[in-house]
Design a binder for this molecule. Structure first.
Ligand code: C5P
Length: 285
């Protein structure tokens, strides 16, 4: 069985406070994009994964799903080998490891005939990682998702009628999520206009309206740790992208472009300058 593990970018990411469990309270509009890893599952004598991530979320996802099944039934589930063809850069703020975990939950749900709804899989995904619930819903419904709390509260937002075109640039530095969160000052008092402006802009489907509503509270602390992120933002802005912002905890930055053709031209130009750039679309049904 083969499944695409679609990555995400955060169109907004607000850090609203530090929680007693050490995590941060977030509010984020998570948008699935056409950049993906390809995951292949095959029956095997034991559970295994060739994911290149040191902290293998693929295996963790399979084990957490397996342990959610009542024990008399687990002997009927065949183990799988997981093969990951990587395209999403690791440590890039695009949810790479979480996208793989979300796709594995969705694939094993079918492979093991569990018939869980995406919302039930998302709740199980919260035990795997903070971004996993949002990615389960975003990949399944091919629509933006509002993520709140630590990441465990997720709700589907209105699907878009037509895709938005984006250009991504990865500055080639590894941005550590715990380090960036530790350096972040929560954005208080809460500003309800940030989410409102993004939802209103998304409803128009107009890239020029969405661009000024992009926002990420983790960007300033990530830039303080890695100046290369600011350089990548400047490069994208100079190349003509709109509303350039960092995704997640970095280091990838993205901007909106008016058409996919424009995005492809821009990506080709940036690649000739030695940068890692991708032209992608937001997913639509
Ligand atoms: O849940 P996950 O393993 O993806 O989180 C990685 C790290 O990111 C956590 O250890 C924590 O430092 C930070 N984090 C946070 N608040 C969140 C999500 C992640 O502080 N809501």
């Amino acid at each position: 069985m083969t499944i695409e593990a679609y990555a995400k970018v955060n169109f907004t990411l607000e850090v609203l406070g530090k929680r007693v469990d050490g995590y941060h309270a977030l509010r984020s509009v998570v948008m699935p994009i056409s950049l993906s890893d390809t995951i292949t599952l095959e029956p095997a004598p034991t559970l295994s994964s060739d994911s290149p991530y040191p902290d293998d979320l693929c295996l963790r996802a399979a084990r957490v799903l397996h342990s959610s099944i009542p024990s008399p039934l687990t002997s009927q589930l065949s183990p799988v080998s997981i093969h990951v063809e990587k395209r999403i850069p690791a440590g890039g703020g695009l949810g790479g490891g979480s996208a793989d975990a979300a796709a594995i939950l969705r694939a094993l749900n079918k492979f093991w005939n569990m018939n869980l709804r995406p919302e039930e899989l998302a709740a199980i995904g919260a035990q795997v990682g903070s971004d996993v619930p949002a990615l389960v819903l975003a990949q399944h419904y091919r629509a933006p998702v509002l993520m709140e709390g630590r990441g465990e509260r997720v709700s589907l937002l209105t699907p878009q009628l037509s895709p938005l075109s984006l250009i991504l640039v990865n500055p080639g530095v590894f941005s550590s999520t715990p380090e960036v969160f530790a350096k972040c000052t929560p954005h208080l008092p809460e500003d309800p206009t940030i989410l409102y402006n993004m939802l209103s802009a998304l409803a128009t489907g107009d890239a020029a309206k969405v661009a000024p509503a992009l926002q990420n509270d983790l960007e300033a602390p990530a830039i303080a740790l890695h100046g290369e992120i600011a350089d990548a933002k400047n490069t994208l802005t100079e190349a003509g992208a709109l509303g350039v912002v960092m995704s997640g905890s970095g280091s990838t930055v993205f901007g909106l472009v008016q058409s996919e053709a424009h995005g492809r031209e821009m990506a080709a130009l940036l690649t000739t300058k030695g940068l890692k750039a991708w032209s992608v679309n937001t997913l639509v049904r």
